[in-house]
Ligand binder design. Sequence first.
Ligand SMILES: [Mg+2]
Length: 263
Amino acid sequence: MNYYKQFSLLKSLPKKLNDFHLKNSKYPLRINNKSKDKKIYDPVTNLDKAFEKFIRNTIVKQFSEDAILGEEFLEKHSNNNYKWYIDPIDGTRAFMVGAPTWSNLIGLTHNDQPILGLVNFPALNKFYVNDQTKSYLINNKKTILRTSKETNLKKSKVIGHLHELLFFKKYNEKIKKVRSSVSYFGSATFDALNFCLLAEGKVEAVIEIKLKPFDIVPLIPIIEKAGGVVSTWNNMSAINGGNILAASNKQLHKKILKMLQDF
Ligand SMILES: [Mg+2]
């Protein structure tokens, strides 16, 4: 199977998305809490929605038969086994406060296998993308990505939304175990950028909780084609989201999984 057309579309998107962002950032930002439970703060901005419409329209123009699952609008169903996943702004909180770590996430699955992904950082002027053999970081140059080959836990750096993880008591014991086994366990609240740092070989693992499918699907092929492994904490496919472990190689994945798995 050849996904060259889909890859070409993904590769062409960052420039369009960055132009779109520049044009739209002139207008005031409107922020709403989209959570039905008003005790939970789940912000969405007018730009999340505008980005998603723009991305959906671009996909539909070329691949009108494919299914689309996006964060802000209703799912588009299809029977052709291709499904696009869109998180128009991953890191809405960062975006709201003017931090540059937010990104546009777009992924494609075929028969429920993640095959292509794009993570575009408009404010950092770089993007991560994969084709059928490799993953790349593209800024002013193109770098082929390789995950870390470190297999020793004691020498491994692990990052995640630590404050969120510890907020949930039931995860405390598991996270403490990981924390005491590795060289560094840091709270890096960079959303998708955490996983990109793993693909670049800068950290050995990323641990996250309660991810939605569109938060993780676009990252799976980028991590895998760079040599990494992604699964849920119970070693299932990550395409439905949930509690996620991404590690730079199989050995390390197995070691950290043992501390996170439910038995
Ligand atoms: Mg989002």
